[in-house]
Write a new protein. Structure first.
Length: 319
């Protein structure tokens, strides 16, 4: 049937398999990331800091031979492999590659943000996932690429669906088996969608705490929920399961520091405070004395005891 409709010849599939067997993905052990090609890490970093906003997209303002000599990505290249072949990579590898490629990617292509959203959802960067989703969904409404007058970006319509179904709901097909790993974005009260799997129509409804899988029509559908629970659905039957526990997406928050208040948790808290302040201020004063090129830097150091030391405990134990 495939040969008759598509003109597919047996030798073509053999050639594809041969080509696939000769492919490999580089991995840099020092950085713990997958370079998208053998020369990528040897290239000069692109000067993002001094590139004006009106010079984007880069391809419209710089010659390709200039761009391709630098460490910069137009779109989600390596991360696409994590999306399409997710079972070939560990979660640690996906996080490392995402963190490495995100600051190097300009998203000059409208195809890029949807893939970043999906991968961000999988690795737990839910805030970033939603931001990339919004960028995808509103690509033409907000004229993100500044070229909406040429026509709409139809790929972003499909990309928006992908962000929800394969990002927020975590739909994948591994080893010919349907998988879901859903969560609910903080900005939403719920969402639902339909998918057709091997001729059967499946409805997925996600609420604050649960997800309901319903086989609207068709033969039995088997799926895996959250990587562990096996579900078998018969026609017109539903199964409701809990979502994973929520967590704070602290990895994507903007902050300069974190303060932990342990006063009620530790004994002898004053001594702990004193030691912490001494360590912190000694390090600061050493750095400052080196910077100012002072010879007698030792006299600026705090002492752990005695009358000349700073009474750190008086600063921390007043209440």
């Amino acid at each position: 049937y495939q040969r008759r409709v598509h003109g597919l010849q047996p030798e073509e599939a053999i050639a594809w398999q041969k080509a696939a067997s000769k492919m490999y993905l580089p991995h840099d052990k020092l950085l713990g990331v997958h370079p998208q090609d053998d020369s990528f890490l040897k290239k000069k970093p692109w000067d993002f800091e001094n590139t004006p906003k009106d010079k984007y997209p880069l391809l419209l303002h710089f010659h390709p031979l200039v761009i391709y000599k630098h460490r910069v990505c137009k779109q989600a290249d390596l991360l696409m492999a994590h999306f399409l072949l997710g079972d070939k990579f560990t979660l640690k590898e996906k996080k490392a590659d995402f963190d490495f490629y995100e600051p190097l990617t300009t998203h000059d292509s409208s195809l890029s943000t949807a893939i970043f959203s999906v991968v961000a959802s999988e690795i737990g960067y839910q805030t970033k996932a939603y931001e990339y989703f919004i960028s995808t969904a509103r690509m033409d409404i907000d004229n993100v690429q500044r070229n909406a007058h040429h026509g709409i970006h139809t790929a972003c319509m499909g990309g928006t669906w992908i962000c929800v179904v394969q990002g927020f709901a975590g739909m994948r097909v591994y080893q010919n088996t349907l998988h879901f790993d859903p969560y609910l974005p903080m900005e939403w009260e719920g969402y639902s969608f339909n998918v057709t799997w091997r001729g059967s129509q499946l409805r997925v409804e996600v609420s604050e705490r649960t997800v309901t899988y319903t086989l609207a029509e068709g033969k039995v559908v088997r799926l895996i929920h959250c990587g562990q629970t096996r579900v078998s659905l018969k026609s017109s039957k539903s199964v409701t399961l809990p979502l994973k526990d929520k967590f704070t997406d602290i990895a994507t928050l903007e902050y300069d520091g974190v303060i932990f208040d342990l006063d009620t948790c530790l004994q002898k808290i004053c001594a702990e405070h004193q030691e912490a302040w001494i360590t912190t201020l000694n390090s600061y004063l050493k750095t400052r004395s080196l910077r100012d090129n002072k010879q007698a830097q030792g006299r600026h150091l705090l002492q752990g005891g005695g009358g000349n030391g700073v009474a750190a405990t008086s600063l921390c134990c007043g209440g």
